[in-house]
Design a protein around this ligand. Structure first.
Ligand SMILES: [Zn+2]
Length: 284
């Protein structure tokens, strides 16, 4: 039986130990005539490692995941939740400003997702702008005079966004917010925002898993376009090792830019530079 060398683990294996590796991971979308490495380049073991340890980590925890939840050809089943380790959506205006939102798939929504605010209590911060400071129950600070004065002047001094009243009320009393006749709204923010559109800020974190996924995509493409022998060269061992095993090397070099890159400063004369661009923008 013929044997082949895997471009990631560099092990020589029987041909049945190889399978197909998509150049662009399918969790980023499926493409017509998408590039595939199917000619004994990536072994099954590496392929499985990548999908279980890298791609599955990102599948519901990235901007790409947020896009898939909204636009995938076959809608995802209801109730899938976007994890908040790499992507956080936070309200950016009015009463929503500062509230972290969970994103959950929902076929009944025209956007296929609904937002649910995390359990928070909002204390009025600006009556004019209708803005609140939001706290989780554990982080609620003691009431100070300035805040109490503002609360007296506001018609809606406190907003409860999803905390049980039995838990919230004693906390508000203990911290000095509920004295005399103060009351607070029972309506949750998610009730208030059902029919509304509002701006959010999306915070993204690019961590090692994300960097390895990007590096794998470009390395796959290099193999696809220049051939297996080219990428088996030992000059690529450092990047190979980083993609497959997560070992960072001083020889490697990553740069990020928020804008398209037309020129890059090379770290040395013999370096290879490969690029990867993704384009998160509203409505895309
Ligand atoms: Zn391998």
């Amino acid at each position: 039986m013929p044997k082949y060398k895997c471009i990631y683990c560099l092990q020589t294996k029987d041909e049945i130990e190889f399978n197909r590796e998509h150049v662009v991971p399918q969790m980023m979308g499926k493409y017509q005539n998408g590039f595939v490495l199917s000619d004994f380049q990536v072994c099954q073991e590496c392929n499985t490692y990548f999908s279980e340890q890298i791609e599955n980590n990102i599948a519901l925890d990235s901007y790409e995941a947020f896009l898939r939840m909204q636009y995938r050809d076959t809608p995802m089943s209801d109730g899938r939740k976007l994890n908040g380790n790499r992507i956080r959506l936070i309200g950016a205006e009015g009463i929503f400003k500062g509230i972290p939102f969970s994103v959950i798939t929902d076929k009944n929504s025209p956007y296929r997702v609904r937002f649910e605010s995390e359990p928070m209590v909002g204390i009025i911060n600006s009556i004019e702008k209708q803005e609140y400071d939001y706290y989780s129950l554990e982080n609620l600070p003691d009431a100070i005079e300035e805040v109490m004065k503002r609360m007296k002047e506001s018609t809606q001094p406190i907003i409860n966004s999803g905390i049980d009243r039995e838990l919230l009320e004693p906390a508000l009393i203990e911290k000095g917010y509920l004295v005399d006749h103060y009351t607070y709204s029972e309506g949750s923010v998610s009730d208030l925002c059902k029919e509304l559109e509002f701006m959010t800020v999306i915070n993204l974190k690019i961590d090692s898993i994300m960097r390895r996924l990007c590096a794998k995509t470009v390395f796959n493409y290099l193999c696809y376009s220049r051939g297996k022998e080219f990428v088996l060269d030992s000059t690529f061992d450092a990047i190979r090792d980083y993609i497959r095993y997560g070992n960072w090397s001083e020889q490697l070099w990553f740069r990020y830019s928020k804008r398209p890159v037309s020129t890059v400063e090379m770290p040395n004369d013999t370096a290879h530079v490969v690029g990867y661009m993704w384009f998160p923008e509203n409505g895309q």
